[in-house]
Design a protein. Sequence first.
Length: 201
Amino acid sequence: MMSMVMERSMSLHELLGRMQRAGSDEKIAFGDLMSIMEKRGFGPMLAVPAFICSTPVGAIPGIPTVTGITIFLISLQVLLGMSSPWLPDTIKSIAISRDSLGYGIEKAQPVVTRVDRLLMPRWFFMRQVIFRSFIAVSCALCGLMMVPLELVPFLGLIPAVAVFIMAVGMATDDGAVALLGLSIAIIGFVFGAQQIMSLLS
């Protein structure tokens, strides 16, 4: 059984608030961000790197690749049924500016307030292992796709947003939101594959 069940649902406000409070320096290490989510399940842990890449921080060279690899590794460990996630020290030591992260969170707050009102536990068939596995595979593929798509301006946002929505669905037990994320992921796969093929040709 995959360890993806949380003690209780986590709202988006709580997720972003925990990110803001991580660490105490001017820069926040990936390891600090991930450690504060570790006990809350894989949903919030996937949401953190996906959210970072979906904000202006994601425009920093290298960030889409780092967050994509992080998403891939966490998703793979979900499929392997690991009880706690592992990330290499090289990724955990990468730091981002607290001001840049705070700016992205501040910009997202109005949307988060509205979205939080819509989130609720529903469509519980998504809790079944087969659907959770499908979500994990989709997140892993999105993470991998984010690496080459860093070369195409803004296109890497599609898989990042898809992962974030799927992760929010997992974190809140909202199957409808998770299914929406899967739909966006499929669109991302189509456009992403086309762009990757054009890069290779």
